[in-house]
Every structure is written in C-alpha cells, then in structure tokens.
Design a protein around this ligand. Structure first.
Ligand SMILES: [Zn+2]
Length: 361
C-alpha cells in the first residue's frame, strides 16, 4: 500500500433496530445506488452484512413471502453475491436481538434482552461456534460469487461489543482479525445498550485488543479500527441532513417514536437545553454530514502513529441513504486528492496479515 490516507466507506446493511422497515426499500435499492456511485469512481464499498437478521428472514421465508409478496432473504442473498462479483466487500455484522426472532401478525418480535454476543451463551465454545456459523454464511456468499475472499472484520450491532472477552476470542479463532465497533468517547447506559468507550487510547487510530475493545492489549489477537469520530455537543448533530435521515417519510413512524423516547430529552425547557448541550462523539457518517465537512475532518485529522496504516473509517446505513449527488461529490473530491484513497476492509486485513510478524508488540 502507499502512504496515502486510506478511507474505508462502510455501510451497515440491515432494516431498523426494532425489526421494522422493508428489505427492498431500506436495503437493496439504496445499496444498489451506493454501489453504482462507488463504481463511477472505481472504489470499493465495505458492507457490514447483518447475518442474524438474514437468518431470521430465511427461517420465516414462507410467512414473509405471504405477507410481503417477495422473498427478502433471497433478495439479500442475490445482492450480496452481486456485491462480491462487482468487487465490493462483505464483512460480518450481528445484532443478537435477532437470535430467535419470530415474525407474527405482520411484524417482527425481537429479543431486546439479547444485546451482546457475550451474553448469549455461558461457554467460550458456544460463542466460538456461534461466530463460526455466522461467518460461514458470508463465506458461502463469497464462494458462490467465485471469490477466494473470506470474512476478516466484525462490527457489533449498536456498537455493543462490551463485554467482549468471549466475542474477541471467538473472532480470532475464526480468522477475523479486525473489529470496527468502537466509537471513541461513546457512553451508553440504558435499556438498549451498555457500553463505555471513554478509556480508548485517545491519540491512536488503531490498537490491539484481547478482552475489551476499548483497552489496548499488545498481546491481543484482534485489531480495533474504530469508526472515526470527534467529540462535540448534541446540538451540532441536529443538522438538516441528519434530521432528514432520521425523520423522513422513509422511516417507519413507530421507529421515529421509539427514537424520540429513547433520547430522554425531557419536556421542560431546562431539560431540553441540558439535552442539547450534552457532549458526545459525532461519527464520520456520510449520511449525516455534508461532503465538505467530512473532507475537512479527514484532511485535518492528525497523522496516524504508524505511517503505513493511516486509516479512517466512515460509516453509513443503507436505510439512511437518500442523496446520491452529495455522496458522489464526496467521492469526486476524494478521487481528485492525491493524498487520499478508498480501500476495503479486506485490503486492510490483507496488509495487516502480511506484516503480522513486524507489527509492534
Ligand atoms: Zn447494525
């Protein structure tokens, strides 16, 4: 690889967190447009494919066809194979609340008590088998597309990678060398997520981990490459672009109500002001930020300590993709900048594996 700053354009490929949404409208169609935009500029898209949800769609195939008039699992499978054939990248994404999910009376019943992979099973063997089987689903799609590539990276649903002792060991045992679940400075302690990433190495852009994605451990078998973010205040997040992404007519009404109640904004002017002033990390999200602001952040980030791995991870969600023109403005500016290049997770993993012997321990 070159000494360019490497950008990973990652997209989480899933319906909404409560199981609402439509596979064609919120996944397949917007992802096809994202792919086409990337292809105009000859760059790879890295798709974090939610396997647990896919398995639920397979399990409830008959009922879903009856209700929707099409087979969502089949559409996802076909698109994933097509993505690989078109030289994009598939990696593993899991939301454990889909484990055992049931489709009944036209909607999904998830298991919100199941938030982390570590909490699913007692033993390491069970967690390792769970990850092995999910990884095998995507590896099978690579194979079907005639590719020798295999899954090398993982992202936890809703960033819930803590605790991660069993999870990280299971990833390593299955040849997954990268985790990209962490957002520096993120803290969530509510009914939906329990995580605290405030202890992550502040000036580092990636580090080795063993039992906790936020704690550097030079003996760890997995490398954490966080989703890029900067600390800000919540009010800075309330851009028209973000509000459009979260509250457009594309988003199911019950999901919008759930988001508002989860925020815990309160109703008095004082509680609303306090809410807006909260400090929190703002992610480099190409569905929430303008191309101008993203380029400013990318260009002004301090150089990574390791010169040959100067990686910045961007995140987006297929269900939030609206504006092809803005996305393509960003890609055009990147293409015109000799200091930047877009790479895939597979390319980063390959590079890490090649220099595994010399990686500073
Ligand atoms: Zn997700």
């Amino acid at each position: 690889m070159t000494s360019k700053r490497q950008l990973l354009i990652t997209v989480d490929y899933e319906v909404f967190g409560n199981g609402s949404g439509d596979v064609r409208r919120h996944m397949v169609e917007p992802t096809e447009r994202l792919e086409r935009s990337c292809e105009k500029f000859g760059v790879p898209l890295t798709v974090f494919f939610e396997v647990e949800e896919f398995l639920a769609f397979e399990r409830e195939r008959k009922e879903l066809i009856k209700t929707l008039g099409y087979d969502p699992a089949e559409e996802l499978r076909a698109q994933a194979v097509d993505l690989v054939k078109r030289r994009h990248d598939l990696q593993l994404h899991l939301h454990p609340e889909w484990v055992g999910a049931v489709f009944k009376d036209g909607h999904w019943r998830l298991r919100p008590d199941r938030r982390t992979v570590d909490s699913l099973f007692e033993t390491q063997e069970e967690v390792s088998a769970f990850i092995r089987e999910r990884k095998a689903v995507i590896d099978g799609l690579y194979e079907e597309a005639g590719s020798k590539q295999r899954v090398k990276a993982y992202r936890a649903g809703a960033f819930c990678a803590q605790p991660g002792g069993k999870l990280l060991r299971a990833l390593a045992e299955n040849g997954i060398v990268i985790d990209s679940s962490l957002v520096k400075g993120m803290v969530r302690k509510d009914g939906h997520a329990q995580l605290d990433f405030t202890g992550a190495p502040a000036d580092r852009r990636h580090w080795r981990v063993a039992a906790d994605v936020a704690v550097e451990d030079n003996t760890g078998p997995v490398i954490e490459i966080p989703i890029y973010s900067r600390m800000g205040r919540r009010i800075q997040q309330l851009t028209p672009r973000r509000l459009m992404a979260k509250f457009s007519s594309d988003v199911p009404k019950n999901k919008q109500r759930e988001m508002v109640s989860q925020l815990g904004m309160g109703r008095t002017p004082r509680s609303v002001l306090r809410f807006l002033a909260q400090r929190l990390p703002i992610k480099l999200d190409f569905h929430n930020m303008s191309s101008r602001q993203m380029l400013h952040w990318i260009r002004s980030a301090p150089p990574a300590p390791e010169v040959d791995l100067d990686v910045i991870v961007l995140i987006g969600h297929s269900k939030e993709h609206r504006d092809d023109a803005e996305f393509e403005r960003f890609l055009a500016a990147v293409a015109a900048d000799p200091a930047l290049e877009v790479v895939s997770m597979s390319q980063i993993a390959e590079m890490l594996e090649k220099r595994a012997m010399s990686y500073p321990l």
